[in-house]
Design a protein around this ligand. Structure first.
Ligand SMILES: *Cc1c(COP(=O)(O)O)cnc(C)c1O
Length: 354
């Protein structure tokens, strides 16, 4: 039994793997593989339609919010967002809460002015900034809802009168949020939603078409909305895996149930860290992520021993990102709580014997 704590690409439900494997051999009893299936066939158009509808339903989105499946990973959204929303002389407000946010800032500054309204870089991004002001005339405020590398998460979304844009790559559909209060949400699918190769973008169509620049066809959200995410060949297989995961999520009880499970898993692991004398959390307590749990030991030699020990138990993917060190356990929707139990027991056992 493998317990997969990878940060992304990451664990998905076993039932999704089985159905995806079946579709590689024979999609919808067509005798064809999903890998050789035309993207403009009725069967695939149905896949795309159902996937978009399920995102809308699971996030309770109103009719102003459109759901798109696009190429290029979340990193492409770092540029596509300002290209569509920010004119050269305008200012956008950005929060600097990690490497991903910093990359978003760098791209936005290619298109307009960027006001970095807060930063936690001074303490290696181990906390979420609290008191900061956002200028009223900022075109939008950009946040990274969950900082995958550092294990911090906005527990209170800092809504202002500004338009709100969020990178939700590592916590989309993991907790209930007032999604309609965001004007644009994007997420690479490979963390919590499906296979690598596709992004989910949720956009309030009323904010589009306001910039003066000319936008290349593939970069203009309006073209993707008009063609219902089949403007060109979409990543067919990746979209299909998203659909399977979305169906699973709905059948399991939706976002509310995911949040309940994710809270329990995170509580289990954080309380083990808090009770331990040898493991220490790296993120500020109030800002700890329910998705990515980062912890370290004082002694690097001991960290190596713990890693070897956990490998023998089938635990994979807990080595921390190089910029934080130690360990990172990612507890995405599909991770079973029994896997967290195995990790927690391993920590206790290791502590007793060292
Ligand atoms: C992984 C990640 C990204 C980058 O995603 P790609 O799909 O590899 O471009 C961006 N933002 C966050 C918060 C992430 O966790």
């Amino acid at each position: 039994m493998i317990h997969n704590f990878n940060a992304g690409p990451s664990v998905l439900p076993q039932s999704v793997f089985k159905q995806a494997a079946n579709a590689v051999l024979n999609f919808n009893n067509s005798g064809l593989s999903i890998l050789e299936f035309g993207h403009r066939t009725p069967d695939f158009i149905d896949v795309m339609e159902e996937a978009r509808k399920l995102v809308k339903e699971l996030m309770n989105l109103d009719d102003n919010h459109e759901v798109l499946f696009l190429h290029g990973g979340a990193s492409t959204q770092f540029m596509q967002v300002p290209m569509n929303l920010l004119d050269e002389k305008e200012t956008a407000a950005y929060t600097d809460t990690g490497v991903w946010g910093a990359k978003a800032i760098k791209e936005a500054s290619l298109f307009g002015k960027v006001d970095v309204v807060c930063s936690s870089k001074d303490q290696n991004y181990s906390y979420i900034p609290k008191d900061f002001a956002v200028p009223n005339d900022a075109k939008y405020l950009h946040i990274t809802t969950n900082n995958t590398i550092y294990g911090t998460q906005w527990q209170h979304i800092p809504f202002t009168s500004n338009s709100m844009v969020a990178d939700m790559s590592s916590d989309i559909l993991s907790r209930q949020l007032p999604f309609n209060k965001f004007d644009l949400i994007y997420a690479g699918a490979q963390k919590n939603l499906g296979a690598a190769g596709v992004n989910i973008v949720v956009v309030n169509k009323n904010i589009l078409g306001k910039v003066k620049r000319r936008i290349p066809t593939m970069m203009d959200y309006r073209n993707h909305i008009a063609e219902q995410s089949i403007l060109n060949t979409p990543p067919v297989f990746a979209v299909y895996v998203c659909l399977l995961t979305l169906r699973w999520l709905k059948a399991e009880g939706g976002v509310q149930e995911m949040e309940r499970r994710n809270n329990l898993k995170a509580e289990m692991l954080y309380s083990a860290i808090d009770q331990s004398k040898i493991f220490k959390g790296t993120a500020a307590k109030d800002d700890r992520s329910k998705m990515n749990v980062c912890f370290v030991m004082d002694n690097e030699e001991q960290e190596k021993q713990f890693l070897t020990y956990t490998q023998s138990l089938g635990i994979v993917g807990i080595k921390g990102h190089r910029s934080v060190g130690g360990f990172r356990a990612s507890l995405y929707n599909a991770l079973e709580s029994s896997s967290v139990e195995v990790l927690v027991n391993a920590m206790k056992h290791f502590e007793e014997n060292n």
